[in-house]
Design a binder for this molecule. Structure first.
Ligand SMILES: Cc1cc2nc3c(=O)[nH]c(=O)nc-3n(C[C@H](O)[C@H](O)[C@H](O)COP(=O)(O)OP(=O)(O)OC[C@H]3O[C@@H](n4cnc5c(N)ncnc54)[C@H](O)[C@@H]3O)c2cc1C
Length: 417
């Protein structure tokens, strides 16, 4: 397509954050150009778990029918097994949020957002279009430079550039916004296996000493399994050979042995993820704001990445819409102060919990392993476990979100119901 060269908002990145924002802004009649460097939405081993608050949000935003038409899987609970014993369970139905986490492939979710966006005349989408730099003058971001699918270079002017370009954000770098990158102690290798019919819908953490597996029921009929590796240890794991790797997994969870031997046949069936967190002091400049992984990369623990991205979007969309209405200038960084403060608090809470959990999972000495098991067993017996976990996985929206179809605030919608 020929990209428009002047728009209200240019969104860089076609992940869940960029796709939902494009849709919500276009629903409000805002002229949006949304660019994605990949030619297709296909992406495997990406966030497929949608935490319950996001499931609620998407229903409120009118996506329920499309989600149901595609199909998804509801996760009933999370259990932890340590050294062969089940020590901890959280039943998701016991949270008062009124929804369960759902599992849906990321391409499907993004496709649902895009389909809704494409129904709006002010939404323009360009695939195979790479943002290669920003246009800056007098300290303000005025737009971006794009390399289009036909190889041409186009300058697009916009009153706001949104960097939704993920954990290695080029927009962030081009804007000179510094991220503090903190590597986690271990990395992750993921793969999928067919899910046995009687497996159930619980997410499971299977821990043995300092090794663990995250075993997630995945739509439509898979198990998505993540295995921790020593930091930058992929080379060593490969050197030891595929059989040793596969036998190591089976030793952690012997139930998987037959499936592993039948369906996991080489390292090509696996996907590597380097685990780190990224934190930024500043998420916005005049004419630019970052959302999703570009502004706050978290770890895969408890599958919060997509949730944070979606909550960013529902919080920032009304801010952008309001600021565009207020003046005809570039959107000023100060417009985003409250948004950034609120979203940072949510992200910090998630990261804090993930660090505690990661430290527990990395326990190595026999004493630390026993103490960990005792701690989780004790916590399991206490109803307070729902308060502790609920604070992280079901954190309420920090800003009263707005029904973006009608423009009414959610409290007004509830009051009218
Ligand atoms: C292996 C793995 C497993 C995960 N599992 C989970 C999970 O179960 N649950 C969960 O909630 N989260 C999970 N996450 C995290 C989750 O995928 C991310 O948090 C989420 O996708 C962030 O969405 P985003 O839109 O901010 O960024 P992304 O999804 O990363 O999207 C960014 C997009 O920007 C595009 N882009 C990058 N640079 C440019 C450029 N210069 N120009 C144009 N486009 C560009 C990229 O191609 C990409 O499509 C996982 C992540 C990984 C890698």
């Amino acid at each position: 397509m020929t990209v428009p060269t002047t728009v209200d908002v240019l969104i860089v990145g076609g992940g869940p954050a960029g796709a939902l924002l494009g849709c919500l802004l276009a629903r409000r009649g805002i002229e949006v150009l949304h660019v994605e460097k990949q030619s297709s939405l296909e992406r495997d081993f990406r966030g497929e778990t949608l935490a319950a608050p996001s499931a609620v949000t998407l229903r409120r935003l009118g996506f329920d029918a499309a989600l149901k038409a595609h199909g998804y899987l509801e996760t009933s609970s999370v259990t932890m097994r340590m050294e062969g014993r089940q020590v901890f369970t959280i039943d998701y139905a016991k949270f008062p949020i009124g929804a369960l986490p759902i599992d849906i492939p990321q391409p499907a979710l993004i496709g649902i957002f895009q389909q809704a966006a494409r129904a709006e005349p002010t939404y323009h989408y360009a695939a195979s279009t790479n943002c290669t730099g920003l246009i800056e003058q007098g300290g303000q971001i005025l737009g971006a430079v794009l390399k289009c699918s036909d190889g041409s270079r186009v300058e697009v002017r916009s009153r706001l550039v949104v960097g939704a370009d993920g954990r290695f954000s080029k927009v962030r770098k081009a804007a000179g916004l510094e991220a503090t990158i903190t590597p986690m102690g271990r990395d992750f290798l993921s793969f999928k296996l067919p899910r046995p019919a009687d497996w159930g819908n619980q997410a499971q953490l299977v821990v043995n000493q300092d090794k663990h597996l995250v075993v997630l029921p995945t739509f439509p009929d898979f198990l998505r399994i993540g295995h921790n590796l020593p930091k930058r240890g992929l080379g060593d794991v490969r050197k030891e050979g595929f059989d040793a790797f596969r036998n190591g997994i089976a030793a952690i969870d012997p139930r998987l042995r037959p499936l592993l031997h039948e369906f996991l046949t080489s390292f090509d069936d696996t996907s590597f993820l380097e685990i780190f967190t990224a934190e930024l002091d500043q998420w916005a400049r005049d004419g630019l704001v970052l959302i999703g992984d570009a502004s706050h990369t978290v770890t895969p623990i408890l599958g919060q990445g997509v949730n944070l991205a979606i909550q960013d979007v529902v919080c920032v969309a009304p801010v952008i819409a309001g600021a565009l209405k207020k003046s005809h200038q570039q959107l000023q960084a100060a417009e985003f102060d409250a948004f950034v403060a609120d979203r940072k608090a949510h992200k910090a809470q998630v990261t804090r919990y993930q660090r505690i959990q990661e430290a527990a999972l990395g326990a190595q000495t026999p004493f630390a392993v026993r103490a960990r098991r005792a701690r989780y067993s004790a916590l399991n017996a206490l109803p307070i476990k729902y308060r502790v976990f609920g604070k992280v996985i079901n954190a309420p929206h920090p800003i009263d979100p707005v029904d973006l179809r009608t423009g009414a605030s959610e409290s007004a919608v509830r009051a009218a119901a």
